[in-house]
Design a protein. Structure first.
Length: 221
Protein backbone atom coordinates (compact mmCIF):
# COMPACT_ATOMS: atom_id res chain seq x y z
CA UNK A 1 0.00 0.00 0.00
CA UNK A 2 1.40 3.39 -0.99
CA UNK A 3 1.64 6.49 1.18
CA UNK A 4 -0.91 8.17 -1.10
CA UNK A 5 -3.43 5.38 -0.48
CA UNK A 6 -2.89 5.51 3.26
CA UNK A 7 -3.32 9.27 3.22
CA UNK A 8 -6.54 8.99 1.21
CA UNK A 9 -7.94 6.46 3.67
CA UNK A 10 -7.03 8.71 6.58
CA UNK A 11 -8.80 11.66 4.97
CA UNK A 12 -11.86 9.69 3.84
CA UNK A 13 -13.15 7.31 6.55
CA UNK A 14 -15.51 5.67 4.03
CA UNK A 15 -12.70 4.76 1.62
CA UNK A 16 -11.88 1.09 1.13
CA UNK A 17 -8.39 -0.36 0.84
CA UNK A 18 -7.51 -3.81 -0.44
CA UNK A 19 -5.40 -5.60 2.13
CA UNK A 20 -6.28 -9.21 1.24
CA UNK A 21 -7.68 -10.31 -2.11
CA UNK A 22 -10.56 -12.77 -2.28
CA UNK A 23 -8.29 -15.66 -3.27
CA UNK A 24 -6.18 -15.14 -0.15
CA UNK A 25 -9.29 -14.97 2.02
CA UNK A 26 -10.60 -18.24 0.59
CA UNK A 27 -7.27 -19.93 1.26
CA UNK A 28 -7.28 -18.72 4.86
CA UNK A 29 -10.88 -19.85 5.36
CA UNK A 30 -9.98 -23.33 4.13
CA UNK A 31 -7.05 -23.44 6.57
CA UNK A 32 -9.34 -22.25 9.37
CA UNK A 33 -11.87 -25.00 8.60
CA UNK A 34 -9.09 -27.60 8.77
CA UNK A 35 -7.85 -26.16 12.07
CA UNK A 36 -11.37 -26.27 13.52
CA UNK A 37 -11.84 -29.86 12.32
CA UNK A 38 -8.52 -30.96 13.87
CA UNK A 39 -8.19 -28.89 17.09
CA UNK A 40 -4.62 -28.04 18.02
CA UNK A 41 -3.11 -29.00 14.67
CA UNK A 42 -1.05 -26.22 13.10
CA UNK A 43 -2.36 -25.78 9.56
CA UNK A 44 0.13 -24.15 7.14
CA UNK A 45 -1.08 -21.32 4.92
CA UNK A 46 0.41 -18.84 2.47
CA UNK A 47 0.83 -15.90 4.82
CA UNK A 48 0.80 -12.58 2.95
CA UNK A 49 2.79 -9.43 3.56
CA UNK A 50 0.59 -7.09 5.55
CA UNK A 51 0.77 -3.28 5.92
CA UNK A 52 1.64 -3.54 9.61
CA UNK A 53 4.91 -3.47 11.47
CA UNK A 54 6.57 -6.69 12.57
CA UNK A 55 5.08 -7.88 15.83
CA UNK A 56 1.69 -6.26 15.25
CA UNK A 57 0.03 -9.61 14.65
CA UNK A 58 -0.16 -10.12 10.89
CA UNK A 59 -1.41 -13.68 11.37
CA UNK A 60 -4.30 -12.61 13.56
CA UNK A 61 -5.08 -9.74 11.19
CA UNK A 62 -5.27 -12.08 8.19
CA UNK A 63 -7.66 -14.42 10.01
CA UNK A 64 -9.85 -11.51 11.09
CA UNK A 65 -10.03 -10.08 7.56
CA UNK A 66 -10.85 -13.52 6.14
CA UNK A 67 -13.61 -14.57 8.54
CA UNK A 68 -15.55 -11.33 9.06
CA UNK A 69 -18.63 -10.51 7.03
CA UNK A 70 -20.56 -7.28 6.41
CA UNK A 71 -22.77 -7.80 9.48
CA UNK A 72 -19.93 -8.51 11.92
CA UNK A 73 -18.81 -6.18 14.69
CA UNK A 74 -15.08 -6.24 15.46
CA UNK A 75 -13.20 -5.47 18.64
CA UNK A 76 -9.39 -5.19 18.66
CA UNK A 77 -7.38 -4.70 21.81
CA UNK A 78 -3.84 -5.16 23.08
CA UNK A 79 -2.76 -5.94 26.64
CA UNK A 80 -6.35 -5.33 27.75
CA UNK A 81 -6.31 -1.83 26.24
CA UNK A 82 -8.50 -0.61 23.37
CA UNK A 83 -6.76 2.74 22.94
CA UNK A 84 -3.21 1.43 22.48
CA UNK A 85 -1.34 2.25 19.27
CA UNK A 86 -1.43 -1.36 18.09
CA UNK A 87 -5.14 -1.84 18.78
CA UNK A 88 -6.22 1.54 17.40
CA UNK A 89 -4.32 1.16 14.13
CA UNK A 90 -5.43 -2.42 13.53
CA UNK A 91 -9.04 -1.45 14.24
CA UNK A 92 -8.78 1.45 11.77
CA UNK A 93 -7.20 -0.81 9.14
CA UNK A 94 -9.91 -3.48 9.50
CA UNK A 95 -12.66 -0.86 9.30
CA UNK A 96 -11.08 0.70 6.20
CA UNK A 97 -10.56 -2.64 4.46
CA UNK A 98 -13.89 -4.29 5.23
CA UNK A 99 -16.25 -1.45 6.11
CA UNK A 100 -17.45 -3.32 9.20
CA UNK A 101 -18.57 -1.81 12.48
CA UNK A 102 -16.13 -1.76 15.39
CA UNK A 103 -16.64 -1.60 19.14
CA UNK A 104 -14.74 -1.50 22.41
CA UNK A 105 -17.30 -3.67 24.20
CA UNK A 106 -16.56 -7.41 24.00
CA UNK A 107 -20.22 -8.21 24.60
CA UNK A 108 -21.20 -6.43 21.37
CA UNK A 109 -18.47 -7.91 19.19
CA UNK A 110 -18.84 -10.97 16.98
CA UNK A 111 -15.08 -11.14 16.24
CA UNK A 112 -12.48 -10.14 18.83
CA UNK A 113 -8.79 -9.88 17.98
CA UNK A 114 -6.38 -9.84 20.90
CA UNK A 115 -2.71 -10.29 21.65
CA UNK A 116 -2.01 -10.41 25.37
CA UNK A 117 -5.33 -10.92 27.15
CA UNK A 118 -8.51 -12.97 26.95
CA UNK A 119 -11.67 -10.88 27.57
CA UNK A 120 -12.99 -11.04 31.10
CA UNK A 121 -16.55 -10.83 29.76
CA UNK A 122 -18.34 -14.12 29.19
CA UNK A 123 -18.30 -14.83 25.46
CA UNK A 124 -20.94 -16.90 23.67
CA UNK A 125 -21.17 -19.44 20.87
CA UNK A 126 -21.75 -16.71 18.28
CA UNK A 127 -18.39 -15.04 19.00
CA UNK A 128 -14.91 -15.72 17.64
CA UNK A 129 -11.70 -14.93 19.52
CA UNK A 130 -8.67 -14.40 17.24
CA UNK A 131 -5.31 -14.55 18.98
CA UNK A 132 -2.06 -13.20 17.55
CA UNK A 133 0.75 -15.75 17.82
CA UNK A 134 4.43 -14.74 17.74
CA UNK A 135 5.86 -18.22 18.53
CA UNK A 136 3.39 -21.01 17.72
CA UNK A 137 5.75 -23.94 18.25
CA UNK A 138 5.45 -25.12 21.89
CA UNK A 139 8.33 -27.60 21.57
CA UNK A 140 10.89 -25.04 20.39
CA UNK A 141 12.39 -24.89 23.88
CA UNK A 142 13.14 -28.63 23.99
CA UNK A 143 13.91 -29.35 20.32
CA UNK A 144 15.39 -27.17 17.56
CA UNK A 145 15.30 -29.50 14.56
CA UNK A 146 12.16 -28.73 12.53
CA UNK A 147 11.93 -32.24 11.05
CA UNK A 148 12.12 -33.74 14.52
CA UNK A 149 9.49 -31.27 15.79
CA UNK A 150 7.03 -32.36 13.10
CA UNK A 151 7.75 -35.99 13.92
CA UNK A 152 7.12 -35.41 17.63
CA UNK A 153 3.75 -33.79 16.88
CA UNK A 154 2.81 -36.61 14.49
CA UNK A 155 3.64 -39.24 17.12
CA UNK A 156 2.13 -37.29 20.00
CA UNK A 157 5.54 -37.44 21.69
CA UNK A 158 5.42 -34.65 24.25
CA UNK A 159 7.42 -36.36 27.00
CA UNK A 160 10.25 -33.84 26.83
CA UNK A 161 7.78 -30.97 27.25
CA UNK A 162 6.25 -32.52 30.36
CA UNK A 163 9.72 -33.30 31.76
CA UNK A 164 10.82 -29.69 31.23
CA UNK A 165 7.78 -28.45 33.22
CA UNK A 166 8.50 -31.01 35.95
CA UNK A 167 12.16 -29.96 36.17
CA UNK A 168 11.08 -26.32 36.41
CA UNK A 169 8.74 -27.21 39.26
CA UNK A 170 11.39 -29.22 41.13
CA UNK A 171 14.10 -26.59 40.62
CA UNK A 172 12.05 -23.50 41.47
CA UNK A 173 9.13 -24.80 43.52
CA UNK A 174 6.70 -23.41 40.91
CA UNK A 175 6.43 -23.47 37.14
CA UNK A 176 8.05 -20.16 36.20
CA UNK A 177 6.68 -19.94 32.65
CA UNK A 178 4.28 -16.99 32.72
CA UNK A 179 3.29 -16.73 29.04
CA UNK A 180 2.91 -19.11 26.12
CA UNK A 181 1.93 -21.86 28.54
CA UNK A 182 1.67 -25.22 26.70
CA UNK A 183 -1.78 -26.82 26.60
CA UNK A 184 -3.02 -30.20 25.41
CA UNK A 185 -5.98 -29.72 23.05
CA UNK A 186 -8.58 -32.45 22.71
CA UNK A 187 -6.22 -34.96 24.31
CA UNK A 188 -4.02 -34.92 21.20
CA UNK A 189 -1.98 -31.84 20.18
CA UNK A 190 0.06 -29.54 22.41
CA UNK A 191 -0.18 -25.86 21.47
CA UNK A 192 1.45 -22.67 22.72
CA UNK A 193 -1.11 -20.20 24.01
CA UNK A 194 0.60 -17.17 22.49
CA UNK A 195 1.93 -14.50 24.87
CA UNK A 196 -1.28 -14.42 26.92
CA UNK A 197 -0.63 -14.79 30.68
CA UNK A 198 -1.01 -18.29 32.07
CA UNK A 199 -3.92 -17.12 34.26
CA UNK A 200 -5.82 -16.33 31.04
CA UNK A 201 -5.54 -19.94 29.84
CA UNK A 202 -8.32 -21.51 32.01
CA UNK A 203 -11.12 -19.47 30.29
CA UNK A 204 -10.13 -21.17 27.01
CA UNK A 205 -10.92 -24.63 28.44
CA UNK A 206 -14.17 -25.97 26.94
CA UNK A 207 -15.14 -22.39 26.06
CA UNK A 208 -18.37 -21.73 24.20
CA UNK A 209 -16.64 -19.37 21.77
CA UNK A 210 -14.30 -20.40 18.94
CA UNK A 211 -10.60 -19.60 19.42
CA UNK A 212 -8.43 -19.14 16.32
CA UNK A 213 -4.66 -18.72 16.62
CA UNK A 214 -2.81 -17.00 13.77
CA UNK A 215 0.97 -16.96 13.27
CA UNK A 216 1.94 -14.74 10.34
CA UNK A 217 5.72 -15.12 10.34
CA UNK A 218 5.51 -18.87 11.00
CA UNK A 219 2.72 -19.23 8.41
CA UNK A 220 0.44 -21.35 10.56
CA UNK A 221 -3.16 -21.30 11.85
Amino acid sequence: MSIAELTAVHEDPDARVTVLDEYAKREIRRAVLTAVAVPGYQVPFGSREMPVARGWGSGGLQITLAVIGPDDVVKVYDQGEDAGVNAANLRRLIRSAQGVATTTDAREATVIQTRHRVPEDTLGEDQILVLQVPVPEPLRGVERDMHRLRQMHAEGDYARMWVSLYEDLVRNGVITRTTGYPCLVGGRYVIATTPIPRWDVPPLHRAAFLSLFGAGREKGI
